[in-house]
Ligand binder design. Structure first.
Ligand code: FAD
Length: 580
């Protein structure tokens, strides 16, 4: 999971893009937030967020064509795949952060950055309200608003506690909590707490049970982040800490609590089993089928799903890593734009009857709202927020709407209904299908009318599976910057597929995600990999595969990028290595 993404990211950075792009000429004029906005002839682009999606968008955007302003409460880009390594000291925190102003400076272009949080998006006024998180010692007003012609929302997601009592107060996180934005600080806090747990455990006068409690590290969530943290922690304890605290070495325990039946359940089943067997060998306990119902400073309460039995386990540290939730500003925005009923009628399900060479769709009318996905902002395949012109959403805060296919089909039949009393010839129907399949990137496949519904289901399931990862966010960022760079040309020379609604073509090709695979580091020089083409590889050899890829990269990079160095350091588990 993380490692492969690390590789991809290194490629991105090393290509000189993020750190050294300087094609556009700088516009040296400076202006205040509100003052000169109206005077600028360039379209105003406001980017919310400096994470994977936002930074990747900025990296490739032709800034000479736009007046760009970036708003984020975090004035640096954080290389999240290496966060678990920061918790155990394998990598220094400062090595995985790149100041956003440095990135902007290296672009040698005029991009304004405001260290603030967007608190409200008003699509009717095309305006965002922001508040600086430095308001405590600020002389002056901490609140301001920005107008936009285009808004790029890339604010990511926040940790999801599912409302479980005590989680906020008593757990550690690797993904930011509501109102807190400092993932790096959280990672450092975990590092300090692990060391404190050992110091507490060796204090005189403690019973063996008390020492064990202090040394019980619990990870809630058996996804890639939780598993990688458990593996890193295990290595850190076995390779370093037990040597420093020999008296308590047999009292340390790591437990992973997973609500599903297996850990790493988004991976191939062989990888899940491999990880579980390895963890069993390493003495890492994996409790599956358990739901955490509360967390206190001393205990964590669980419900065993199969029996309904509730039990408590004492802990020294809990890391909460159970997926992502929606940020308040996004929830508010979704409420604003999601309340209008969608005007079109959808067909769900579609019944198709063929009779005398004609195809009759039977339409089941259903009213929809624009934003029904409650986790993230629904966009179309061009990453435009549904129901909002000139607003784009990418990365963890967005999802491509699956019902798009249904919508297209509905429109086609709607048009047919108007023109031809609800009928299409088989040939027309086949043409429509071809168009849909081309739009979905499936044009090589042939479908007959009977296979139509399964084709739609297949296309639906393909679109559904975009994970909340840096890979997706970074690809979406560069896709969107490319669209922005071709905005003018595409108006008279559109490159996209034929429009279903109205005539002509779409301006751009739809976003297509390319999955390059994922690695799951499991500690002890072992890694599992899932690569394109359903290729699965596990164990020490995969770790070497991983090294070899990075070694090659290092050669290519000539150590130009700090990130490359960090990745190799991380891969070889060289502790205490401080980068310049
Ligand atoms: P983020 O990168 O989270 O960036 C969001 C940005 O928005 C931040 O700059 C934030 O400060 C800013 N922001 C937040 N609220 C506001 C607001 N109100 N106004 C303005 N700005 C705001 N993915 C992989 O592909 N491979 C991995 O190995 C991997 N490992 C991971 C390890 C960990 C520990 C974690 C936490 C995640 C990992 N991920 C990995 C997932 C990956 O980090 C995310 O999918 C990715 O960061 C999403 O990018 P994003 O730009 O949408 O959001």
């Amino acid at each position: 999971y993380s490692s492969y993404s690390k590789l991809l990211v290194v490629c991105t950075l090393s290509s000189g893009g993020l750190l050294a792009y300087s094609e556009s000429q700088p516009d040296v004029s400076t202006h205040s937030v509100e003052g000169d906005q109206s005077e600028s002839k360039k379209k105003k682009v406001v980017v919310l967020g400096t994470g994977w999606a936002g930074t990747s968008f900025l990296k490739d955007l032709d800034v000479s064509s736009y007046d760009v302003q970036v708003v984020s409460p975090r004035n640096y880009f954080a290389f999240t795949p290496l966060l678990p390594s920061v918790t155990c000291g394998t990598v220094e925190a400062r090595s995985i952060a790149e100041p956003i102003r440095k990135i902007i400076k290296k672009r040698n272009a005029e991009i304004q950055f405001w260290e603030a949080e967007c608190t409200k998006i008003d699509p009717s006024k095309k305006m965002v309200s922001c508040k600086s998180n430095l308001y405590k010692n600020l002389v002056g007003n901490s609140e301001f608003s920005l107008e936009y012609d285009y808004l790029v929302i890339s604010v990511g997601a926040q940790v999801n506690t599912f409302g479980t009592p005590g989680v906020m107060e008593n757990c550690h996180f690797l993904k930011v909590l509501k109102f807190r934005m400092q993932e790096l600080e959280d990672a450092l806090k975990i590092r300090r707490t692990v060391s404190d747990c050992f110091e507490k455990a060796v204090l005189p006068g403690l019973s063996e049970e008390e020492r064990k409690t202090n040394l019980h590290f619990v990870v809630v969530g058996g996804g890639p982040t939780g598993v990688e943290f458990a593996a890193e922690l295990h290595d850190y304890i076995q390779e370093d800490l037990v040597k420093l605290y020999p008296l308590v070495k047999d009292l340390v325990k790591i437990t992973i609590i997973q609500s599903g039946d297996h850990i790493l359940n988004s991976f191939d089943q062989r990888i899940s089993s491999f990880a579980e067997t390895k963890f069993q060998r390493d003495g890492i306990e994996v409790l599956t089928g358990c739901r955490v119902i509360s967390v206190s400073d001393k205990e964590i309460s669980l419900k065993i799903k199969s029996t309904g039995e509730v039990c408590s386990i004492p802990h020294g540290l809990v890391l909460w890593s159970t997926g992502v939730g929606t940020r308040p500003v996004i929830r508010d925005f979704m409420e604003q734009i999601g309340t209008g009923l969608y005007h079109k009628l959808f067909m769900l399900p579609i019944e198709i009857v063929e009779w005398k060479s004609n195809v009759y769709p039977i339409i089941y009318a259903q009213a929809f709202v624009f934003q029904t996905d409650r986790r993230a902002l629904a966009t179309n395949e061009w990453l435009q927020v549904k129901g909002c012109e000139n607003v784009y959403a990418l990365g963890d805060c967005a999802t491509i709407d699956q019902r798009k296919i249904m919508e297209d089909v509905a429109t086609i039949f709607e048009v047919a209904d108007k023109d031809k009393s609800g009928t299409l010839t088989v040939q027309e129907f086949q043409d429509v299908l071809d168009d849909i399949l081309m739009l979905r990137g499936m044009k090589e496949q042939k479908w007959d009318i009977e296979g139509f519904k399964s084709a739609l289901c297949h296309a639906d399931s393909q679109m559904k599976s975009l994970p909340a990862t840096a890979q997706v966010a970074a690809q979406q960022g560069s896709y969107l910057s490319r669209c922005f760079n071709h905005m003018e040309q595409s108006a008279y020379n559109p490159e996209g597929p034929q429009r279903f609604r109205g005539s002509g073509r779409h301006r751009f090709l739809p976003f297509r995600y390319k999955h390059f695979g994922q690695f799951a580091p499991l500690g002890g020089e072992q890694t599992a990999a899932e690569l394109p083409g359903d290729w699965v590889s596990m164990g020490h050899s995969t770790q070497w595969l991983w090294y070899s890829v990075y070694a090659r990269l290092i050669g290519l990079l000539l150590l130009e990028s700090r990130f490359a160095l960090i990745v190799v350091v991380n891969g070889l588990h060289i502790n205490e290595f401080v980068l310049p």
